[in-house]
Design a binder for this molecule. Structure first.
Ligand code: ADP
Length: 164
């Protein structure tokens, strides 16, 4: 059974992430979306809040599971029988960081490879931080996150309480 792990902060999940999940799930038997608290990024959300939102968005894809983890992605992958780490590449700006992570992960466990999918052009400008900024001022996010989580995103990130 070919198992992929797609690790990330997903703070929150965006249409760009969902696109990678849908395309990645078609390349393997099981795709585990692995939600982590990224040590370099301060987050005001809990992993459970982020998992709930992802779960709502991936209900239609039968071979996708959502889990949380702390620690190294390669260890999580091994514990879950995965051979491949899935990552999305947006622009040149993602490349250097992703290359470094891929090299390090391979150095730590050469049984585990990284598979990159290029972001779809229409989502290549999209990031979770952009969504957090827009949502914090109750801006329009309909084109950026799946419809089923729009209310959750405002509830979690909107600092105005909807009073603009
Ligand atoms: P991390 O904290 O690991 O950077 P993110 O949630 O920001 O986690 O991203 C997880 C993965 O999804 C990364 O490989 C990132 O490059 C990719 N990604 C983020 N946004 C998009 C997008 N709009 N389109 C395609 N891939 C994306």
């Amino acid at each position: 059974m070919k198992i992929f792990v797609y690790p990330g902060s997903f703070d929150p999940i965006t249409n760009g992430h969902l696109d990678i999940i849908e395309r990645g799930a078609s390349l393997c038997d099981k795709l585990i979306v692995a939600v982590l608290q990224n040590s370099a990024k301060k987050s005001s959300t809990t992993k459970d809040q982020r998992v709930d939102m992802i779960q709502k968005c991936v209900n239609h894809i039968p071979n996708v599971e959502v889990k949380t983890f702390d620690g190294l992605t390669v260890d999580f992958a091994k514990q879950n029988g995965a051979t491949t780490i899935l990552r999305g590449l947006r622009a040149v700006t993602d490349f250097e960081y992703e290359l470094q992570m891929a090299f390090l992960n391979r150095q730590m466990n050469e049984q585990i490879d990284t598979c990159f999918l290029m972001a779809s052009q229409r989502y290549s400008f999209l990031s979770s931080s952009l969504i957090r900024d827009i949502a914090s001022y109750h801006g329009k996010i309909d084109d950026f996150v799946p419809k089923c989580i729009i209310e959750d995103v405002y509830r979690i990130y909107d600092k105005t309480g909807g009073n603009i």
